[in-house]
Design a protein around this ligand. Structure first.
Ligand code: SF4
Length: 382
């Protein structure tokens, strides 16, 4: 393997077929190769015994399969497993496996750091380092699935669900995300149902529309506030794509979505967004839009730099009651992996903060200002 050979984890099946065509090989060879890599977890071409020797020889000089180096693995008492992967240049990203009775979910990262800078998010406090490549996104699933099969002595698939809810805003890394999603869905790879692959976004409106056309999967939207004044402060991207525009995009997405509802994520922050009147505003908001949705209330996982606290359980339940009594399906997320810092919003990885986001965040306080003019376009948006 040389530095100039192609990493085959970068390709969805069409991409791999195009690569094989350049080697003078037919598409069915690409399909065989794709299955070896993703279904069987094999990285060594010499072990791909039903590939012609001539193809294996060509692959040995032109291609490789590059796993991400594992920096650490932590297992929670509740079975949650968190991996930290080295993505080079001093950056690391995390993936988390969450086992449940009826499913195995992998939470996958899409960027090293994040440019959105949500106040309640540990990743957001680090600033943005870089987008992951398709191969780096897929490598998290590739490694976790085949590690778990060995670890749990299973021959069948372990990971049934993927949520793009790790580090980063996936829709700000769109061109790498879509081939990665296609690989997750491909029956010759992981064969995941579109309903069981979820992209979570803070609300990159144009990319929600593109995803609906290119690769519709389940959509979760990090809402976290019932009005623009509060959301501008909690999720700064709101200044560019305010709630009304975001909900309209959600409505359009539902025309393509594999599920007939959007999931709204709502992180419960003590004294900030957790009052009954906030819940009532949410009811009015989604009713006004006529949008089919569910709410997922997330207990905040405090970290010192945030200056925020978790809402008391009684207030969370009272909030959920307002939504439920209005006929909106509402769940309160169980916290998993607390003991290994793998719970939602705790994924911090180890990212070089080139943007000094943590310093800027430390200077911010929760103050509700009148809405400013729209922010300038984000540099990372495709
Ligand atoms: S919640 Fe998501 S979009 Fe917001 S800063 Fe964290 S990783 Fe980025």
């Amino acid at each position: 393997m040389t530095m100039t050979t192609a990493n085959l984890l970068e390709f969805d099946l069409d991409g791999l077929a195009a690569f094989c065509e350049k080697l003078g090989e037919k598409r069915f060879r690409a399909t065989q190769l794709f299955r070896w890599i993703h279904q069987r977890g094999v990285a060594d071409f010499a072990q791909m015994t039903d590939l012609a020797k001539s193809l294996r020889d060509k692959l040995a000089t032109t291609a490789h399969v590059a796993p991400l180096p594992v920096v650490s693995r932590h297992e929670s008492v509740d079975g949650t497993i968190k991996w930290l992967f080295d993505v080079g240049d001093g950056n690391a990203v995390e993936a988390v496996f969450i086992p449940e009775d009826d499913r195995g979910t992998l939470c996958v990262s899409s960027q090293a750091g994040c440019a959105v800078g949500c106040r309640f998010c540990s990743t957001g406090h680090q600033g943005f380092s870089r987008n992951l490549t398709t191969g780096e996104i897929v490598a998290q699933l590739w490694f976790a699935e085949h590690f778990l099969r060995k670890h749990l002595a299973r021959t069948e698939r372990v990971i049934s669900n993927v949520v793009m809810m790790g580090m980063g805003e996936p829709l700000q890394n769109y061109s790498a995300l879509v081939p990665a999603l296609r690989t997750m869905l491909d029956d010759n790879a992981y064969g995941l149902s579109r309903r069981r692959v979820t992209v979570s976004t803070s609300g990159v409106v144009p990319m929600i529309d593109r995803l609906g056309g290119d690769c519709p999967v389940a959509l979760a939207v990090s809402l976290h506030a019932p009005n623009d004044a509060l959301r501008d402060d909690l999720v700064p991207l709101n200044r560019k794509y305010p709630i009304a525009e975001l909900l309209e995009a959600c409505q359009r997405y539902l025309e393509h979505a594999p599920r007939d509802f959007i999931t709204f994520e709502y992180c419960m922050l003590d004294g900030v967004n957790d009052r009954p009147e906030h819940a009532q505003q949410l009811v009015d908001l989604v009713r006004g839009q006529g949008i089919s949705c569910k709410f997922n209330l997330i207990p905040f996982n405090p970290f010192p730099a945030s200056g925020l606290l978790r809402s008391p359980q009684a207030r969370v339940l009272a909030f959920a009651k307002v939504l439920s009594e209005a006929g909106i399906v509402t769940t309160v997320r169980k916290t998993r992996g607390d003991d290994i810092d793998a719970a939602c919003g705790q994924l911090a990885g180890d990212v070089k903060d080139r943007t000094r986001a943590s310093e800027r965040m430390a200077q911010r306080r929760i103050v509700i200002h009148p809405r400013p003019a729209r922010a300038a376009p984000d540099a990372q948006e495709p």
